[in-house]
Design a binder for this molecule. Structure first.
Ligand SMILES: [Mg+2]
Ligand SMILES: [Zn+2]
Length: 189
């Protein structure tokens, strides 16, 4: 059983004043923060989805933590170093909108290309590892994703869940939204 890949913890996430935050919004990457381009393999192809700026409202009271399956690494589509470059670009692009992430957790594995892991969603491994690292209360946290596997991972970690779009999902999410803009209508607490 492989160990979870080292997360990228940002300078923002390391700030002492953020240590008192005990809840998180977990965010899927592809289809939530950036357009889902199959096996995005270059930072230049990264494109933010309008609506990400709404996360500014929540980052004062929640950790913002990306949890993303990136089996393109196991499949040999791109290297882990390239993935980290893409994630640095993501942080830079979000900075422009005043959005700051605490951490990016990623699963580089795929069961058909190497070992089976506990971090690949729908497993909750990345959420559980982040909870341990940041001292999070998962029952007061949220998982936002665009696929059933995101909702399943969130539910398995005892989080409430938001499904963006209308993909079929088992289990059902706590809320359905069509875009992140609608998050402003929700009371997350
Ligand atoms: Mg997705
Ligand atoms: Zn994994």
């Amino acid at each position: 059983m492989s160990i979870i890949a080292n997360p990228l913890i940002t300078d923002f996430g390391r700030q002492a004043e953020r240590q008192s935050i005990t809840k998180a919004i977990f965010l899927d990457r592809d289809g939530v923060l950036i357009y889902d381009k199959e096996y995005l393999a270059h930072p230049d192809h990264l494109e933010l989805i309008p609506g990400v700026e709404t996360l500014r409202t929540w980052q004062e009271t929640y950790r913002l933590i990306v949890v993303t399956n990136q089996s393109g690494v196991a499949r040999g589509k791109f290297s882990e170093e390239r993935l980290l470059e893409i994630h640095q670009k993501l942080l830079t692009e979000l900075d422009v909108h005043g959005v700051f992430l605490d951490a990016i957790y990623y699963c580089p594995h795929h069961p058909e290309y190497g070992e089976t892991c506990l971090c690949r969603k729908p497993n909750p491994g990345m959420l559980l590892a982040a909870a341990e690292n940041f001292g999070l209360d998962l029952t007061n946290s949220w998982m936002i994703g665009d696929r059933s596997s995101d909702i399943a991972a969130g539910a398995a970690a005892s989080c409430r869940t938001i499904l963006l779009g209308d993909s079929p999902s088992e289990p059902m999410p706590t809320h359905y939204l069509t875009s992140l803009y609608e998050i402003e209508n929700l009371s997350l607490d």
